[in-house]
Design a protein around this ligand. Structure first.
Ligand SMILES: Cc1cc2nc3c(=O)[nH]c(=O)nc-3n(C[C@H](O)[C@H](O)[C@H](O)COP(=O)(O)OP(=O)(O)OC[C@H]3O[C@@H](n4cnc5c(N)ncnc54)[C@H](O)[C@@H]3O)c2cc1C
Length: 374
């Protein structure tokens, strides 16, 4: 039976980030994925400046499409706010390329990778594949994403946000592609938002129903595409969901450290999941590096998740509630404080401020909102 220091289930951003940092520190790491890479992943592919803070040198050479101008729109008021910065603050990727790049980085740092290895079961110190291969490991990290074992197990603590996305190729719409802008349209649908993320030769267009209201997302996406002259029978819509925490989960279960979507740590406002996945991957690696047993790693990791993630999510959830579940309040805020809110959003994305800092600021009206909604 093969033995490793750490076994990581899932080679998305959470798993590869954890693997990279562990191997760089000299650990003997096995990373497994049920898919063979490069593999597709339904995703807008927007990475924020937040991810760079977390990733260190890991993202240094990736050829992102840089975005420094973003349009924020609110459907009910029709108000549009444009945020333009000197520096880019959203970095666009194709997930297939991005995840494959992270995987290569992990392999180059010494990680052993098994593709087409579907984990069917595990227990303390062991993982078992569907084909009955058993691997021994001192530590296990679960990075198996939105459809994995822990999401199914913890369903009652999570809100599963349905999202539908389509990839638009430049060559399919040569006359209109150049007019596309990177944008967030809040209120399309009423309890969610629509997005356009522009890349070099393609764009991701999608809609998410964050409030889980009764709505046909397929129709909403068709209408949205139509409004930009992008409706075509050849387009293939891909649906998936983003797991969001309703209440804090134990970040260590069955002796596995839960990371990324498996822990439901995506941002409840933007649904940004790549940076939080990388952050939890890095925190899990750090916890393992400073622990001498899986019990100790669990303790250290749980504390880190509480301090660095749950504290932020607590505030982000309040803002999310206002935006998606109280459209009248959203309209009021957008009318009266729209520019300031959009600017704050950009600052969070740029890692210049945090939700918790905004709520703690004594002169801030967020205090009142917290009082009303907490
Ligand atoms: C429509 C849509 C648009 C999105 N847009 C954005 C965006 O623009 N920006 C952003 O930051 N986030 C976005 N997200 C969220 C983001 O995609 C996820 O939060 C992110 O991929 C989570 O990373 P992860 O590493 O936790 O999981 P994943 O990237 O899902 O990786 C999990 C891996 O585990 C593997 N796996 C699963 N089960 C097993 C098993 N039993 N054995 C072995 N391997 C297994 C899978 O094959 C997969 O490779 C979007 C999500 C959706 C649905």
């Amino acid at each position: 039976m093969k033995k490793f220091d750490v076994a990581i289930i899932g080679a998305g951003p959470a798993g590869t980030t954890a693997a990279y940092y562990l191997a760089k520190a000299g650990r003997n790491v096995l990373l497994v994925d049920k898919a063979s890479f490069p593999r597709e992943k339904v995703c807008g592919g927007g990475v924020t400046a937040r991810a760079f803070n977390i990733a260190g040198d890991l993202l240094k050479d990736f050829p992102f499409n840089l975005v420094s101008k973003v349009y924020f729109n609110e459907k009910r008021t029709g108000i549009e706010i444009v945020i333009e910065k000197e520096e880019p603050f959203i970095f666009m990727t194709e997930r297939e390329e991005f995840d494959n790049y992270l995987l290569k980085k992990a392999i180059n740092s010494g990680v052993v990778f098994y593709s087409n290895f579907e984990v069917a079961d595990f227990k303390k110190g062991k993982i078992f594949s569907k084909e009955n291969t058993t691997i021994q490991a001192d530590f296990i990290i679960a990075a198996d994403g939105a459809n994995g074992y822990f999401i199914k197990k913890n369903k009652k603590y999570l809100k599963l946000v349905p999202a539908l996305e389509v990839k638009i190729d430049k060559e399919m719409f040569p006359n209109h592609f150049g007019e596309l802008q990177t944008r967030f349209d809040f209120g399309i649908p009423d309890g969610g938002y629509a997005w356009i993320f522009v890349k070099k030769n393609s764009a991701s267009v999608g809609v998410a129903n964050v409030a889980n209201k009764k709505v046909n997302l397929n129709d909403v996406l068709r209408e949205y595409l139509k409004s930009f002259w992008f409706l075509n029978d050849k387009l293939k819509f891909n649906g998936y969901f983003v797991p969001l925490l309703k209440s804090n989960l134990s970040s260590c279960q069955e002796w596995a450290l839960l990371t990324g979507d498996a822990l439901g740590v995506a941002d409840p406002i933007t649904l940004e999941g790549i940076a939080p996945a990388m952050l939890t991957g890095k925190l899990a690696a750090k916890a393992i590096l400073s622990a001498s047993s899986s019990e100790q790693a669990c303790k250290i990791y749980s504390q880190k998740v509480k301090n660095e993630i749950y504290k932020e999510l607590k505030y982000a959830k309040i803002v999310s509630k206002i935006i998606y579940e109280h459209p009248h309040l959203r309209k009021f805020l957008m009318k009266n404080y729209g520019s300031r809110l959009a600017e704050k959003m950009a600052q969070v994305i740029l890692h210049e401020t945090k939700y918790s800092d905004e709520f703690r600021n004594k002169n801030n009206y967020w205090k009142l909102i917290k009082y009303l909604f907490d």
